[in-house]
Design a binder for this molecule. Structure first.
Ligand code: NAD
Ligand code: WQD
Length: 355
């Protein structure tokens, strides 16, 4: 990995208390970075960062409870710390939530990103790793999707991510000092192998793996499998699940490559292999040693039969590939759920808001 400059050493992580952000903080601390976190805890808890520090055996440099749209507060963070690069996770991420409150989604996801960019510009910070999503591909045709696949966002969440990508591309076209790594995650899941960090959605989980884990631990009666009449081998929908530890490792590798070439770089993050809903149920059942009860239910509105990444571009660019498979994701997700049956609420967060 030839580099023209040293790797950035102080990284501002927005949304650092969230599911992916917290795992990224551990990985960055483990690899010698100074980590500054901003988060408004709208979908997380400060307790997570205590666990991050416990795993890493190091302190997060500083933590700020703020909304990234608050430019004055954000600016004060950049005044206080010599930030080399930003990893921008902070956003609202529920597809169904975005159809209920689209303005809130555009305001946080797009307005939050422009507030961050203006603040970075004012402070001479030009290096960014951005969380995008496979949802920008929308109802793309079947087959592995590479980064040149035309985007077709079909909900406000996906559209907000695509708008951010377009803004970032415009900035990079006009300002040669910027480097942006835009990572389109497919389905990140799993947990930190310590069992201390994992996915802890508030209320009823939207996503498959945390739902299965809550059924397996006895918090929910059975999984509803949305659709079993898709044109797939077992009739259930296929997705490309990627371990959260691989996902965050890719962010660190992206940071290492920020000095290589200016401009905007877009990469898929997936295994490049699809698993059906029933594949995931079977893998989880094998891991936890008991059958996960499920019933078939109608298709979920907006779902598509298959979304699988062509993960070749990131491998060619950085020589990086995900190392962990579906069995690893199930094992780590199960360890987290078993050790934290009520999620973080079982420790210091207090009761969940809506369950
Ligand atoms: P998450 O909700 O667990 O984490 C997001 C964090 O950002 C939370 O801690 C939340 O409190 C914080 N946040 C939200 N709005 C904020 C604001 N205005 N100011 C400050 N902090 C704010 O979500 P995640 O799963 O960790 O996702 C991280 C990023 O990855 C998001 O941008 C999401 O859109 C993207 N993404 C996630 C997935 C996935 O399946 N988890 C897939 C593709 C892309
Ligand atoms: C996976 C499969 C469901 C729950 C979402 C976002 C996407 C990205 C990743 C942020 C689907 C089925 C699920 C359940 C089920 N996030 N399922 N029963 O929908 O592929 O992607 O997360 O960027 O934008 O859309 O992930 O985990 O919700 O669903 O049968 O209780 O599991 O129908 O086929 P999805 P998911």
């Amino acid at each position: 990995m030839a580099r023209s400059e040293p790797v950035p050493s102080t990284v501002l992580v927005t949304g650092g208390a969230g599911f992916i952000g917290s795992h990224a903080c551990v990985d960055l601390l483990d690899h010698g970075y100074e980590v500054i976190v901003v988060d408004d805890y709208s979908n997380s808890t400060p307790q997570v960062l205590t666990r991050v520090e416990r795993i890493a055996g190091r302190f997060v440099g500083a933590v700020y409870e703020l909304d990234i749209r608050d430019r004055r507060a954000l600016s004060a963070v950049f005044d206080r710390h010599a930030v080399d690069a930003v990893v921008h996770f902070a956003a609202h991420k529920s597809v169904s939530g975005s159809t209920r409150t689209p303005v809130e989604y555009y305001d946080t996801n797009v307005g939050g990103t422009t507030a961050l960019l203006r603040t970075m510009q004012e402070h001479g910070v030009h290096r960014l790793v951005f969380s995008s999503s496979c949802s920008v591909y929308g109802d793309a045709d079947d087959g592995p999707l590479d980064e040149s696949t035309p985007v077709r966002p079909t909900n406000p969440y996906a559209a907000s991510k695509w708008l951010c990508e377009q803004i970032l591309a415009d900035v990079c076209r006009r300002r040669p000092e910027y480097t942006v790594m835009c990572l389109r995650y497919f389905n990140p899941t799993g947990a930190h192998p310590s069992g201390l960090l994992g996915e802890d959605p508030r209320g009823e989980p939207d996503n498959l793996m945390p739902y299965i884990a809550q059924v397996a631990v006895g918090r929910r009666e059975r999984l509803r499998v949305f659709g079993h009449d898709y044109p797939t081998p077992d009739g259930t929908a296929i997705r490309d699940y990627i371990h959260v530890m691989d996902t965050v490792q890719a962010h660190r590798v992206a940071l290492d490559h920020l000095a290589d070439a200016p401009g905007m770089h877009v990469y898929n993050l997936g295994l490049g292999r699809g698993s059906s809903v029933l594949d995931v149920v079977a893998a989880f059942s094998a891991t936890c040693g008991r059958a996960v009860p499920y019933e078939f239910a109608p298709r979920r509105p907006g779902d598509v039969a298959e979304l699988v990444a062509d993960a070749g571009a990131v491998a060619r660019a950085w020589g990086w590939r995900p190392a962990l498979d579906l069995a690893d994701m199930c094992q780590d997700a199960w360890r987290f759920q078993r050790l934290n049956p009520d999620g973080y609420a079982g420790s210091a967060r207090g009761p969940k808001t809506k369950d």
